[in-house]
Design a protein around this ligand. Structure first.
Ligand SMILES: Nc1ncnc2c1ncn2[C@@H]1O[C@H](COP(=O)(O)OP(=O)(O)OP(=O)(O)O)[C@@H](O)[C@H]1O
Length: 272
């Protein structure tokens, strides 16, 4: 598929990063013997939004899941390579997974609130991470629900089931739940694709706002959305039977002057 050599992925990181906040080297993800993703080199600075794009099956979700070791939970899945964020070596044997997943939070395609009340959805992770004082939890819950623009909508119904909220409200609750743990990176796997256009726009605006304060990696199939929100873009593609990172650059540069012919075809809609 395509003419570019997989070796192009080795140069696929944005230029001018002196001290990457998140750095990935020689990353491969296997399901059984089959590689889903091979030899990914990737680096981003702290802050801003990086969109992961590419056709179905090119390894975007596998890449995202490998960053906070959600891949450990998938039977038969094996990750090889190096992932560092901040000063932490993600795959070091000493890595504490609860702490890792607090620092690298995750939002999934389908909103996944617990089958509990709105307030319990917020309280549970805070309790699990050691915030024992009720007053402290209440303050934190109000603060993050305000941050996602949900406080005014739910403050009088905090004890009602989270599943009674609309899809967009549920997704904002899940974002608030992740934010309550003060993650340094937020991984988002198509967070708007299961929402109606109105809710999708609200969540997208929220993501843009968050991208001003923290580091976000977002998988999106929506190129228009990637154009609107991303600072950096990483294009994945299947080559020689495995997903590869084909090109990565500042969003404007990637869209306006793609270096790889596959990128040019993909963003023009001719391929993928
Ligand atoms: N749990 C699994 N077991 C076996 N193979 C898997 C598993 N998860 C993903 N794969 C395979 O790995 C490859 C990459 O899948 P992945 O979901 O990472 O791609 P993707 O780019 O995110 O796709 P999509 O855009 O459709 O979500 C695919 O060939 C897929 O079938």
């Amino acid at each position: 598929m395509g003419s570019a050599s997989p070796k192009t992925a080795q140069q696929a990181q944005p230029a001018n990063i002196i001290e990457p906040f998140l750095e990935v080297k020689s990353l491969s993800v296997y399901y059984g013997p089959k590689p889903a993703l091979k030899d990914v080199a990737f680096a981003i600075p702290k802050g801003g939004i990086t969109a992961l794009i590419g056709p179905s099956g090119c390894g975007k979700t596998s890449f995202l899941n490998s960053l906070n070791r959600i891949t450990d939970l998938i039977p038969g899945c094996q990750v090889k390579g190096y992932v560092r964020f901040g000063h932490s070596d993600v795959y070091a044997p000493t890595t504490d997974l609860l702490t890792l997943r607090r620092r690298i939070g995750m939002i999934f395609q389908k909103p996944n609130p617990f089958p509990l009340s709105i307030v319990k959805n917020m309280e549970l992770p805070l309790k699990e991470h050691g915030i024992t004082q009720r007053r402290q939890r209440e303050e934190k819950i109000e603060k993050v629900l305000k941050e996602v623009g949900l406080w005014e909508e739910v403050k009088d119904q905090l004890n009602t089931p989270a599943h009674s909220l609309s899809g967009g409200q549920q997704q904002r609750l899940c974002i608030a739940r992740a934010l309550a743990l003060q993650p340094e990176i937020l991984l988002m796997d198509e967070p708007c694709s299961a929402l109606d256009p109105f809710s999708s726009q609200i969540v997208e605006d929220q993501i843009v706002e968050l991208g001003r304060q923290m580091t976000i990696l977002i998988v999106t199939h929506n190129l228009a959305q990637a154009r609107r929100i991303a600072d950096n873009i990483a294009l994945f593609w299947v080559q020689e039977g495995a997903g590869r990172l084909i090109e990565m650059n500042n969003a404007a540069k990637l869209f306006n002057s793609p270096k790889n012919p596959i990128t040019a075809s993909y963003i023009s809609g001719a391929k993928g």
